[in-house]
Design a binder for this molecule. Structure first.
Ligand code: GDP
Length: 364
C-alpha cells in the first residue's frame, strides 16, 4: 500500500516524514518496496504476530508494510507547472490514498506561506490543485473520445460521465463528490483522477494539544467538520513529538507515550486509519521459518488472497486450511486446533477474514 504525504510548505510534512523513516521497517524484509529518498516504509503494528512467533518458535517476523511517499512541493500553482508541480502531481497518481498534512499549530516563529494559520483555506488550496490537474486530464480525454464516439457509439456513456465530471471540477468540486452507478464507478477508477483518491487529513497540532486529544483545538474541529461532509478521515498528531518517539526503543517509547497520556503513537493511529479508510485487512501465515502478515482488500476470495504471496498460489489454488487467530490461541497450537475441528478446509469461494491464519494448498 502506498500513501502520499502532501501539504503546503511549513506545515510539518518533513518532520512527519523524518519520523516515518526513523521508525522505518527493515527494508531487507521488503524487497518489493521501492527504496528512494522520498519513500519511507513502516511496519503495520500487529500484536498477533508476536503471539504466533512464540507459538511456532519462528525465526522471523514480517509485518505488513506501508510505503509513505513524501510529495513535498505541491504548492499553489502546481497544476500550472509552478515549481516542479506537474512532476509532483504525477507522483500522487500512483498512491492509494492521500495524507494531507494541515497546520493546526500556532507558532509565530514559523511563517505560514499565506500569512496565518487557516486549515480550511490550506485544504482548499491543495484540493484546487488536484482539481485543476484532473480538469486538464478530463478535457483531453473528452476531446479524444468525442472524435472516437462519432464512429463508436459504445463510448457515449463514458463521454457522458466525463462531461459530468468536468462540470463538477469546473465548480471547484472534487470528482469524489459525484454520485455514481456501479458501472460508472468502474469507469472512473480507470481514469485514476487525483480528486477521487481517499483522503486523510493529518491535523498537526502543538505539543500541548496532543496531550489532550479529546479536546480538539478550534482548527482541528473545523477540519473534522469538513471531513464528515467529504467522507474523509482525520488523524491528529504532533509531528514534533512523532519525531521524538521514532528515535526511541520500544520500551522507552511506551513509557514516553504513557507520560503523555497517550495509548499509541500518532504514526500507529495513522496506519490504522489508512487501513480502515482503504477497506484493508490482514491475514496471517505462520511456520517455523517465518510469521507474516499480508495486506488485502476486505472481501477478497481465497485464491486472490493467495495470489498476494505468489501468482502460482493463485493459479494452482486447491484449497486453504484456515483457522481464526482467536481460535488458534484458544486451542494453544495448530494441532490442538485441528483436533478440535477448528481448522477449516475452504475452497475457491471462501472470503478471507481479518486475522485468518492460512495455509494454502496448491498445484505447481
Ligand atoms: P514542511 O515544509 O511541511 O515539510 O514543514 P517542516 O516539517 O519543515 O516544519 C516546518 C517548521 O514547523 C519546522 O520548524 C518544524 O520544527 C515546525 N513544526 C513541525 N511540526 C510542528 C509541531 O507539531 N509543533 C510545532 N510547534 N512546530 C512544528
Amino acid at each position: 500500500m502506498k500513501l502520499g504525504i502532501v501539504g503546503l510548505p511549513n506545515v510539518g510534512k518533513s518532520t512527519l516524514f523524518n519520523a516515518i523513516t526513523q521508525a522505518g521497517a527493515e527494508s531487507a524484509n521488503y524487497p518489493f518496496c521501492t527504496i528512494e529518498p522520498n519513500v519511507g516504509v513502516v511496519a503495520v503494528p500487529d500484536e498477533r504476530l508476536t503471539v504466533l512467533r512464540d507459538m511456532h518458535s519462528s525465526e522471523k517476523v514480517i509485518p505488513a508494510a506501508i510505503e509513505f511517499y513524501d510529495i513535498a512541493g505541491l504548492v499553489r500553482g502546481a497544476s500550472k507547472g509552478e515549481g516542479l508541480g506537474n512532476k509532483f502531481l504525477s507522483h500522487i497518481r500512483e498512491v492509494s490514498a492521500i495524507l494531507h498534512v494541515v497546520r493546526c499549530f500556532e507558532d509565530s516563529n514559523i511563517t505560514h506561506v499565506d500569512g496565518d494559520v487557516n486549515p480550511l483555506r490550506d485544504i482548499e488550496t491543495i484540493n484546487l490543485e488536484l482539481i485543476f490537474s484532473d480538469l486538464e486530464m478530463v478535457e483531453k480525454r473528452i476531446q479524444k473520445q468525442e472524435k472516437l464516439a462519432k464512429s463508436d457509439k459504445s463510448l457515449l456513456p463514458e463521454l457522458d460521465l466525463l462531461k459530468r465530471i468536468r462540470e463538477a471540477l469546473e465548480d471547484g468540486k472534487s470528482a469524489r463528490s459525484i454520485e455514481l452507478t456501479d458501472e460508472e464507478a468502474m469507469m472512473i477508477r480507470g481514469f485514476n483522477l487525483l480528486s477521487t483518491k481517499p483522503i486523510i487529513y493529518v491535523t498537526n497540532v502543538d505539543e500541548n494539544d496532543i496531550q489532550n486529544l479529546g479536546a480538539d483545538n478550534s482548527h482541528v474541529a473545523q477540519v473534522k467538520e469538513l471531513a464528515t461532509t467529504e467522507n474523509a478521515e482525520v488523524v491528529t498528531i504532533c509531528a514534533k513529538i512523532e519525531a521524538e518517539i521514532s528515535e526511541l526503543e520500544d520500551e522507552e517509547k511506551s513509557m514516553f507515550l504513557e507520560e503523555l497520556g497517550l495509548s499509541e503513537s500518532g504514526l500507529d493511529r495513522l496506519i490504522k486509519a489508512s487501513y480502515s479508510l482503504l477497506g484493508l485487512i490482514s491475514y496471517l501465515t505462520a511456520g517455523p521459518k517465518e510469521v507474516r502478515a499480508w495486506t488485502i482488500k476486505n472481501g477478497l476470495k481465497a485464491p486472490q488472497a493467495a495470489g498476494k504471496i505468489h501468482s502460482d498460489f493463485e493459479r494452482g489454488f486447491i484449497r486453504a486450511e484456515v483457522v481464526a487467530f482467536d481460535d488458534l490461541v484458544a486451542a494453544g497450537s495448530h494441532s490442538a486446533a485441528k483436533d478440535k475441528g477448528w481448522v477449516r478446509l475452504e475452497g475457491k469461494e471462501y472470503i478471507v477474514k481479518d486475522g485468518d491464519v492460512i495455509l494454502f494448498r496448491f498445484n505447481v
